[in-house]
Design a protein around this ligand. Sequence first.
Ligand code: IPE
Ligand code: IPE
Ligand code: MG
Length: 249
Amino acid sequence: MTANSTVLQDLPADLMRERLPRHVAVIMDGNGRWAKRRGMPRIMGHRRGVDVLKDLLRCCRDWGIEALTAYAFSTENWGRPVEEVEFLMTLFERVLRQELREMMQENVRIQFVGNLNALPKSLQEEIERSMAATQNNSGIRFTVATNYGGRQEIVQACRAIARKVEQGLLQPEQIDEALFERHLYTCGTCDPDLLIRTSGEMRISNFLLWQMAYAEIYVTDTLWPDFDRKEFHQALCDYQQRERRFGKL
Ligand code: IPE
Ligand code: IPE
Ligand code: MG
């Protein structure tokens, strides 16, 4: 945790509570570059990135944001060197095991989205355990996108719907946006109002393609391991200046 993150416990006075995003999504990018700039191996950036995510989750809770979704591993990230992928899988598992008690204390409801069946068995078990343990918690909804790809999510929804049509449970005419949404991993969570991407890249990288239709996008050059409450405050200030028109006038 950085020095800045220990301050700003309460909602900063210049933010309007009624104009806060209900759901914030983050593309936590730049871990590798952060480490490289310090002459450290990339994995040190991932390790530091976990602390930053923990504090952002706490900050969202402190400031009254209902839902946080974090992009932890994309379907494309399997293309990285095997040592990095293995490190990440082990890191996810260890952090989940370590943090479950605290998440219970803080009333967090955790869920995972993505093609979870392809993850290591031991990680899948930890994921199931944490989701089951926290499912009745009433606090912030924390979603971790792991082995997640927006296209993959849409394709698996199409398959599930096609199967129902094939079985005669559904008529093609009954397929509409609301029904489609119910077949996405994110069913039950409102769409993100604000997407934050760190480390300057102006792209979505296959994250929440359907759900992001009207999200406000905020990109900062700050690398993820340096993203603190002050930075988050800045993103929220920017968000509150936006006029969300949803295609209307
Ligand atoms: C984001 O940081 C974390 C994951 C994708 C798991 P990167 O690892 O992409 O860091 P950069 O973009 O190479 O700096
Ligand atoms: C997006 O970051 C995925 C995650 C943060 C998990 P990447 O670093 O994989 O994205 P690209 O390759 O720069 O688009
Ligand atoms: Mg990256």
